[in-house]
Write a protein that binds this ligand. Sequence first.
Ligand SMILES: Cc1cc2nc3c(=O)[nH]c(=O)nc-3n(C[C@H](O)[C@H](O)[C@H](O)COP(=O)(O)O)c2cc1C
Length: 300
Amino acid sequence: MDIAGITLKNPVMPASGTFGSGQEYSGFMDLNQLGAVVTKGVSLVPWEGNPTPRIMETPSGMINAVGLQNPGIDVFIERDLPFLRQFDTKVFVNVCGSTVADYLEAVERLAGQGIDMLEINISCPNVEHGGIAFGQEPGMVEYITKEIKRKAAQPMSMKLTPNVTDITEIARAAEAGGADALSLINTITGMRIDVKKRAFSVANKTGGLSGPAIKPIALRMVWQTCRAVSIPVIGMGGIQSAEDALEFIMAGAAAVAVGTANFRNPCAMPEIIEGLEKYMEENGIKDLQEIKGIVNRKEK
Ligand SMILES: Cc1cc2nc3c(=O)[nH]c(=O)nc-3n(C[C@H](O)[C@H](O)[C@H](O)COP(=O)(O)O)c2cc1C
């Protein structure tokens, strides 16, 4: 599979924020097996994240309000990148920021660091521009994509929020801004209340819902997006099996990311990779390209 000129040995990678920078999982799997490793979001300066509790289970999923806690780009470059570069897998670095200037400086610092792709998270809350998340307004999406693209040394995928009315409008704006790929979906805003305490379950009140509960919504949005743009899409949202991954590929995704499933089954990704190989063998498929977006080809 090819994404924006980058050849992946297979289309499976972790979803940002559910795999750290791979260290914690390296005891469970050989990281060389993965198509790519996608890091937890990294910002220019360290972010503390939100107060606890910030994670809660839900039926078929979880809510998190971690708040993009990360040690900042200096620690990331010194500590995490050398670890990742040892492996024969592509390195995708997820970048977050509070202001456009923050994103630009972070992206500039990542040039020449042996990174294959940037994934730009434009769904952070509490940002400048009237407090609206960068990823919810098409004009802003196009602007920030264009600005970052000017500085980016690597191809970049814009990570889109599903918390919008029309995902295709946002996707087209990112494409118009020069995005090389799109990653979707991020989490869907949700909430839980602890009835014993008569209070919000997570300190942030609301959080992002992820896991199998969101898969049908994610699949629909990936399908809509793949029809609306001509750049490749990395599909995610509730994927926990090879069959789930195949659904996203048949909807048009060029690759898939596995998030919440990693917490439940740290071997989910190797199992999905094996399942995809088995499916290909059993169905005489040489290249997943043959079934990419196949549901559309069957339409009259
Ligand atoms: C605990 C947690 C942390 C996350 N952190 C990030 C992050 O740092 N950057 C980002 O772009 N997405 C982040 N996400 C969103 C995931 O990458 C993914 O888009 C979302 O969870 C949907 O996939 P899933 O249902 O397979 O988990 C996070 C998700 C979870 C559950």
